[in-house]
Ligand binder design. Sequence first.
Ligand code: FES
Length: 199
Amino acid sequence: MNEPGRRKFLGVLGVGVGLVATGFASVPFVQSLAPSENPWVSGRLLAIDLSDIPMGEMRIFEWNRTPVMVINRLKEWTDSVADLEAEMFPEDHPRQQRPQWLIVDGTCTHLGCLSSWTVGREDDVMSAEHPFWCNCHGAAYGFAGEVLRGPAQDPLRVPLHYFVDNTTVVVGTDDPAAVPQVPPVTMTGRTQKLPANGY
Ligand code: FES
């Protein structure tokens, strides 16, 4: 190799080595920009403290833009829909195993408005017959999330979830084995804000 060619070769080699070194050096920096591996912090999973929800009441949680409604059902409510839920869910489904807890996506299945939990309201909305009601076009759902009145055609959706114990439920998966062993960030819900004068 003549002298000009040798200098050109060494120049290219130097640039290549420099790029590789820069690449290795930047790995920790790039890793630091990666999304959090903690699913509780990233919001992929949601852990809910059930001890905060009295019997007969509903709490709502925002999870991945989904309004998760958690209802601590009275026995008379669960009894009234037991046969229906036996048809809706397999025996190993959380709804069958812990019927006290109704966990649904509160998004109306008609066109996506937020449905309201009507139990305990003091206006003329029929809470006893229609525990869930959608103001947009009047759809109503029952104590299993089933459609009582259209125009909705489908029941309220059920997000994946599993019960860790008697006081904690995880939303976002139904597979405990898929949950990394990191401490959950347990959420306390809020009650749905209702207009003072009804709809
Ligand atoms: S969006 Fe709820 S009834 Fe239409």
